[in-house]
Ligand binder design. Structure first.
Ligand SMILES: [Ca+2]
Ligand SMILES: [Ca+2]
Length: 263
């Protein structure tokens, strides 16, 4: 009877510890957008080099796995390790990769160099001096830092630290203003004109009704574009501003003004 009780308790303890691991992994995934896709290289049980999802890293380190590949990078006495994971989100037409970003570890000494190209599967550096550190990167045109996790603080001998830097391409926007002049009896308004933005893609459709206040479109691609409209009987296009045709890059904004006049 006693024995049975202890077995039940032991199983209950297992369930609880499994739940704790799952909960902390979920919390990490929420804190770090895209964390589920991030892979970190670990040496598992001192023998096997594996790649695991970022949320699982803490649990692996807890049972004795170490950052980086097996062999050559085993934890020397009086060192720490810092893994830098570089993520890039390209949902607005950007084409840069993690390796296009130059990352620097500041404040402590990293074997192999403090400055290096980013990598989505982590660059692992052995740290030989300790204290306050930060991880920074050179700015890349058209990209903004979306989040930085574990990228500043203090690092002590024997610690394993994972820093995740995520950049996001900054959307370009195009605003179309529609004016209608009715000085010969016309009764159409800006909303009677159907406008199409060509050459690029947008988050919410390329064809829309005109507006004197302007309609702003957020782009999901960049490059050459042109604004056109469907003909409306009794009206002629009087003018189209310079930015109704052009080339647009990440982070840029353009305003196109189309003016029609009743004939
Ligand atoms: Ca973006
Ligand atoms: Ca007129």
């Amino acid at each position: 009877m006693l024995r049975r009780t202890s077995v039940v308790l032991f199983c209950a303890a297992l369930v609880v510890s499994a739940a704790v691991v799952t909960l902390s992994a979920t919390a990490d995934a929420k804190l770090k957008p895209g964390a589920g896709k991030t892979k970190v290289v670990l040496c598992h049980k001192g023998r096997v080099t594996i790649r695991v999802g970022l949320p699982a890293v803490k649990a692996h380190l807890r049972h004795g796995d170490t950052l980086g590949r097996c062999g050559g990078q085993a934890a020397a006495p009086h060192t720490a390790r810092l893994a830098v994971v570089k993520n890039v989100v390209n949902d607005n037409g950007g084409t840069k990769a993690p390796g296009d970003f130059t990352v620097t570890i500041n404040g402590v000494t990293a074997t192999g160099g403090n400055t290096f190209a980013g990598s989505a599967v982590a660059v692992v550096r052995t740290i030989t001096t300790f204290g306050a550190y930060s991880v920074t990167e050179l700015s890349v045109s058209g990209y903004a830092l979306k989040s930085a996790s574990g990228c500043s603080g203090t690092i002590a001998s024997g610690q394993d630290v994972v820093c995740v830097l995520t950049n996001d391409d900054v959307p370009a926007t195009i605003t179309v203003v529609k004016n209608v002049i009715n000085d010969h009896g016309g009764t159409k308004g800006p909303g009677d004109f159907t406008i199409t933005l060509g050459g690029v893609t947008t988050t919410a459709g390329n064809t829309f009704a005109g507006s004197a206040a302007g309609v702003t479109k957020t782009l999901t691609s960049v490059g050459a574009y042109g604004v056109s409209e469907a003909a409306v009987a009794g009206y002629a296009l009087q003018s189209a501003s310079a930015d109704c045709v052009g080339v647009i890059a990440l982070g840029q904004s353009r305003t196109c003004v189309l003016t029609n006049n009743d004939v």
